[in-house]
Design a protein around this ligand. Sequence first.
Ligand SMILES: [Zn+2]
Ligand SMILES: [Zn+2]
Length: 153
Amino acid sequence: MQCPCQSGLRYEDCCGRFISGQESPQTAQQLMRSRYSAYVVKQAEYLRETWYPSYRPAEFNLDDSIHWVKLDIIDALTRGQEAEVEFEALFLAKGQIDGLHERSRFVYENGRWFYTTGTQMPIRFKPWKPGRNESCPCGSGHKFKRCCAVLKH
Ligand SMILES: [Zn+2]
Ligand SMILES: [Zn+2]
């Protein structure tokens, strides 16, 4: 399967190798992408593991009513052991496309990047209900009714 982070690579060659634990992300952006993919493939354990312990919520469960459909990296910068990645992610909830626009912060410690927290920003579009025959907002090129409307990914 294609990697959910929309890198254009196969999942195993992209975020899959981090989520499976074979390798550690070398950059905060790779970690950001793989955390997004972990939300898509529902790997809550990976999300917990890559959350800096003092910021990690005591209770963390994936919200099954939300289906992530698209990731857009807007900006990424690294200063030594700290990094920031700004992204906007689209999700489908109750037939409507909505989004999350966040500037996330990361720290590098003991040879690994961790997510700490993020600042949420206003989304850059108006949430909308895609028509069944519209091309899917995930960018697959398929009609919505044959793609994310049936949650094939
Ligand atoms: Zn990926
Ligand atoms: Zn789609």
